[in-house]
Ligand binder design. Structure first.
Ligand code: NAD
Length: 286
């Protein structure tokens, strides 16, 4: 049965590494790296994410900035704030929490962020650098997945990889990272025919769909590395709820070589990679 990939422990190690790097940066430059998060509206899940990002930023020794704007904020006012943060030398990373209220064009907002401060890696310049295999800021969740995969498997050149889901946040950058590491990549999505057959060939499976237990255990190639990005909240009969992934964990674990749990797999890596991106952005601007 599969080796469990402990994302929580790996993330704690990465955060400790970043904290050391932050201390060195601060000693060398006389200021700590700064990450500013912008939240528009009062979506409770987004508010929790913003809170935990701020806490992790401070714990790493960085300066955490936070703007919580009302849901009816005009797009022009958000763009003006971004321009101000772009110009602020103390701000190394800018993160606008998604999703934005419907009256705001999120593409326009992302494009307004200085690519050198775009620690979410969503600006078209960073997307282009990633696809070109050049240095830029890479989206946090796929970078976290990549760290877990290469730590489990070592060199993945020539490996067959199937990524399920083609979002700009996870699936597409994940496919680019695997391609840059010389895996042979299949990017599957809602229109894919016979997903089971694709997954059955895969040495690496990354599921980023948002459908609980959609990847069946008996699809998995024996020995494969299974990375479950999905976070789905499931109601329990007793009125409580719990989080499960996109992969039928118990069945997949009996065939896989490595597998990430949900929670405690990919999730903790995302914030750790955000901190790493902020430190990298600070170094690049110093
Ligand atoms: P999304 O909704 O933007 O994209 C989902 C993708 O799944 C789409 O590309 C779609 O084509 C594909 N899809 C839908 N139905 C499918 C099917 N039947 N077969 C194959 N593909 C199908 O979602 P996202 O932002 O990429 O997030 C995916 C999941 O990952 C969600 O559960 C989300 O909560 C989770 N997530 C976790 C983290 C983390 O830090 N662990 C970060 C981001 C997202």
């Amino acid at each position: 049965s599969a080796q469990l990939i402990d994302g929580k422990a790996r993330a704690a190690a990465l955060r400790a590494e970043v904290a050391q790097g932050v201390a060195a940066f601060t000693a060398a430059h006389g200021r700590a790296p700064g990450l500013t998060v912008v939240l528009v509206g009062d979506d409770p899940a987004s508010a929790v994410y913003v809170g935990s990002k701020g806490k992790a930023t401070r714990e790493a020794g960085m300066v955490s900035g936070e703007y919580r704007l009302p849901a009816d904020t005009a797009e022009a006012d958000l763009l003006a704030l971004i321009a101000q943060l772009n110009a602020d030398p103390a701000v190394d990373g800018i993160l606008v929490q998604m999703p934005l209220p419907r009256h705001i064009d999120s593409d326009r907002v992302i494009a307004a962020i200085d690519p050198a401060k775009d620690v979410d890696g969503l600006h078209p310049v960073n997307t282009g650098l990633l696809v070109s295999g050049r240095k830029g800021l890479v989206p946090c969740t796929p970078s976290g997945c990549m760290l877990l995969i290469t730590e489990a498997m070592g060199n993945i050149a020539g490996a067959e990889a199937v990524v399920i889901g083609r979002s700009i946040l996870v699936g597409k950058p994940m496919a680019a990272l695997l391609t840059n590491a010389s895996a042979t990549v299949t990017l599957a999505h809602s229109r894919t025919r016979d997903l089971a057959a694709h997954v059955a060939r895969a040495d690496i499976v990354v599921a980023a769909v948002g459908i609980p237990n959609m990847v069946q255990g008996d699809w998995i190639k024996p020995g494969a590395c299974v990375i479950d990005v999905g976070i789905n909240r499931i109601a329990l009969p007793d009125g409580k709820s719990r989080l499960i992934g996109d992969v039928d964990f118990a069945a997949a674990a009996s065939r896989a070589g490595w597998i990430t749990p949900v929670p405690g797999g990919v999730g903790p890596m995302t914030i750790a990679c955000l901190l790493a991106n902020t430190l990298a952005a600070a170094h690049a601007r110093a």
